[in-house]
Design a protein around this ligand. Structure first.
Ligand code: GTP
Ligand code: MG
Length: 450
């Protein structure tokens, strides 16, 4: 077994076109192991910093009932896109745990040319157990593919329910495939799924199925007429195509590319992606708080006690909930991080910002070109002020950053080539800590209460 690569090596490998690093990066973002979380977070932050916010990629979700022809269509249009000079990544999101390696292999055999093409990357993704569920994991996998230089990311999902919403939440456009069957089958599609679609394509419009495909398209058009288009978008187009004889594929690609260009030109693409980022953030926070609360012993025992008092008529539902919330806000997990705002005078803002970012502090205000910058670590704020800017503030004492995992910060620091004064140590006064100096010689401590 090869040793686990460092985050820096992983990023460099992915940017350099190494497929193994790309696969390892996606495996990392899919991991739901708590021990992988610090590494995963660091990796994803760096991926985010390495790709422009307004990148030029096209993210297309593709859904439809089992067997409608998703994989066959992706193989056909994927090869066309590669022919036009694009690099194509395919992520297959499968919400059911029942489907295993067998059908994943099946998917790859439905994409025989894409699966081995040097300008394509095909990857089945499990439902995602990490923070943020399918949505969070898939969004992260999309970003990793973009870092690897794939400018078209196709996200396939089988149409069985929640996964369509998750896929629509991480893509720019959503293509719904429909079989040549009409009537009952059309009734079977949930209205919600139809409303997600930016484009509907009737597949298998070839041979004996062509007449049925035309009828299905007509029925779909009249059904869609009764629905309101999404904001900033026109009526949902319905087209016909065949992955077998190739008809309608160029038209489908052209229309989707025009739809995407339109979204971009009216500013809707930026708006949608921004809303998606915020939603993923909110969900991860909510889920993290919920998990932390559920996992906390004190919260659990309080909850059980409150349930009894609820039954005894001692407390109102709101009153009982309030006790649980108070218990959770004083739980050890929450109180591990303490507020610590401190200002340091620095000689070179860009140098200091780079130093603190390499320790895992995101910039929340200012930046390398500013005279004043605020960085955050957990609940700790660090202000940096440029020396020649205004009166010098003499920093008092040494800032101590209480963090859940000082060893993770130590790992990030050494990996970035800095030299902490010592390895993390358990101190007799009840802390695990290490010291490090920043570029101006300010001594810092990172600590966790034991
Ligand atoms: N006639 C015809 N058959 C097609 C076409 N596209 C796919 N098929 C057939 O439909 C079947 C299912 O195709 P897939 O591409 O595996 O369908 P899928 O939607 O990816 O299926 P799942 O991944 O299992 O949900 C296969 O037998 C294909 O050969 C088409 O354009 N015309
Ligand atoms: Mg498939």
């Amino acid at each position: 077994m090869n040793p686990t690569p460092t985050v820096q090596d992983l990023i460099a490998g992915i940017e350099g076109g190494d497929r193994r690093s790309l696969a390892q990066g996606i495996t990392l973002v899919e991991s739901s192991r708590a021990s992988d979380l610090p590494r995963k977070v660091e990796f994803l932050d760096r991926v985010t910093q390495a790709i422009p916010v307004a990148n030029e990629s096209v993210r297309l979700g593709i859904s439809g009932t089992p067997g409608v022809g998703k994989s066959t269509l992706i193989e056909a249009v994927g090869m066309k896109l590669i022919g036009q000079g694009h690099r194509v990544a395919v992520l297959a999101v499968d919400p059911s745990s029942a489907r295993t390696g067998g059908s994943i292999l099946g998917d790859k055999t439905r994409m025989p040319q894409l699966a081995v093409h040097q300008n394509a990357f095909v990857r089945p993704s499990p439902a995602g157990g990490g923070l943020g569920g399918i949505t969070g994991t898939t969004a992260a996998a999309v970003a990793v593919c973009e870092l690897a230089g794939y400018d078209i990311v196709l996200v396939e999902t089988v149409g069985v329910g929640q996964s369509e919403t998750a896929v629509a939440d991480v893509t720019d456009l959503f293509l719904l495939l429909h079989s040549p069957g009409g009537g009952d089958e059309l009734q079977g599609i949930k209205r919600g799924v139809m409303e997600l679609a930016d484009h509907v394509a009737v597949t298998k419009a070839d041979g004996d199925l062509l007449a049925a495909a035309n009828r299905a398209a007509a029925e779909l058009r009249s059904a869609l007429h009764l629905m309101r288009p999404k904001p900033g978008r026109g009526m949902t187009p319905v087209s016909l195509c065949s992955a077998v004889d190739g008809s309608g594929l160029d038209e489908l690609l052209n229309e989707i590319s025009e739809q995407h260009a339109h979204l971009k030109s009216v500013g809707e693409l930026a708006t949608v992606r921004r809303a998606q980022r915020h939603m993923q953030f909110q969900r991860a926070v909510e889920e993290g708080i919920r998990r932390r609360t559920v996992d906390d012993d004190r919260v659990q025992s309080t909850t059980e006690r409150m349930e009894r008092l609820l039954d005894d008529g001692e407390l109102s539902p709101l009153g009982a909930a309030n006790h649980v919330l108070v218990a959770s806000s004083t739980s050890p997990a929450v109180s591990q991080t303490e507020l610590n705002a401190v200002t340091l005078i620095v000689g070179d803002m860009a140098r200091s910002v780079a130093f603190y970012r390499s320790l895992g502090f995101p910039v929340v205000f200012g930046g390398p070109d500013s005279a004043f910058t605020t960085l955050q670590h957990g609940a700790n704020f660090l202000n940096l002020q440029l020396k020649e800017h205004g009166p010098e503030i003499v920093p008092w004492g040494r800032p101590i950053f209480f963090v859940p995992d000082p060893d993770a910060v130590f790992g990030a620091a050494t990996e970035a080539g800095h030299e902490p004064h010592s390895a993390p140590t358990d101190a007799s006064w009840g802390e695990r800590y290490f010291h490090i100096s920043d570029p101006d010689g300010h001594e810092l401590s990172f600590a966790r209460r034991l």
